[in-house]
Design a protein around this ligand. Structure first.
Ligand code: DHB
Ligand code: MG
Length: 238
């Protein structure tokens, strides 16, 4: 995709990042190593990472679930917001990414509170059932599976669990009902699910930052558990 970010957005993002986020050698080293390893530069922007960090503190989250670790950049922002004995479970499908993320998380001094689980999220998520509920879920993996991930966020959450979905703007393409891009269609399905599934209440914000024109959805779990139809019969989660 052509980078749609005009100079003005970048200038404002640089200003906000310099003013409010500043420099952090550990986070910058994580991004440098991710880039050196040839991973895509699709980690969240610094202002967005700090947003996730603050949201974690506002929610007083103790247990965090992240779907899509990449190199661990957002993972570090999230884990640093946790109180003593807080924990992050972060799921990553690519073994190379998972290894790099573990190294970045260890260098950040957070290995004791972050577990990177390697595997397809659709396979790993069912294994997390039965534990304490997650207080915050950050969904940032393959967009085609967003409805599956949202379903698991509700199942593994509790009333009040905060759910954030990354990349809901996609350079404006999300508003194109005729889009043929599978990732955009997955994003649209996820947003439609947030609107109609009684387990969630949600909104979304467009973002203009170092990563271009995109956005995040923010939801709260109002009624946890598996999806139920009007007759109370559990629906499959594919
Ligand atoms: C892509 C994925 C992301 O999670 C992101 O933040 C930006 C881009 C992608 O797959 O293109
Ligand atoms: Mg993303």
């Amino acid at each position: 995709m052509v980078d749609p970010t005009p100079d003005a957005w970048r200038r404002v993002d640089r200003y906000l990042t310099e003013t409010l986020v500043g420099h952090d050698p550990t986070l910058e080293a994580a991004v440098d190593d991710q880039n050196a390893a040839g991973l895509p530069s699709i980690e969240v922007a610094p202002v967005n990472g700090k947003f996730l960090h603050l949201l974690t503190r506002i929610a007083r989250a103790r247990r965090i679930l992240e779907i899509g670790t990449l190199g661990g950049y957002s993972t570090i922002w999230l884990a640093r917001a946790l109180p003593e004995r807080g924990s992050v479970v972060s799921i990553e499908a690519e073994p190379v990414n998972a290894a790099l993320a573990r190294a970045n998380i260890t260098r950040a001094g957070l290995a004791d509170r972050v577990e990177v689980r390697e595997g397809r999220a659709a396979d790993v998520l069912p294994t997390l059932s039965g534990g304490e509920p997650f207080d915050l879920v950050f969904i940032d993996a393959d967009k085609e599976s967003n409805t599956i991930y949202l379903d698991w966020a509700a199942r593994l959450g509790r009333p009040g669990t905060v759910v954030v979905v990354d990349n809901i703007g996609r350079g404006g393409e999300v508003a194109n009902p005729a889009t043929t891009a599978s990732n955009v269609i997955g994003t649209q399905r996820g947003l439609e699910m947030l609107a109609r599934d009684p387990r969630f209440d949600a909104t979304a914000l467009q973002t203009l930052d170092a990563k271009g024109w995109d956005g995040i959805a923010l939801a709260i779990v109002v009624e946890p558990g598996p999806a139920r139809d009007a007759g109370g019969v559990e629906r499959g989660h594919h």
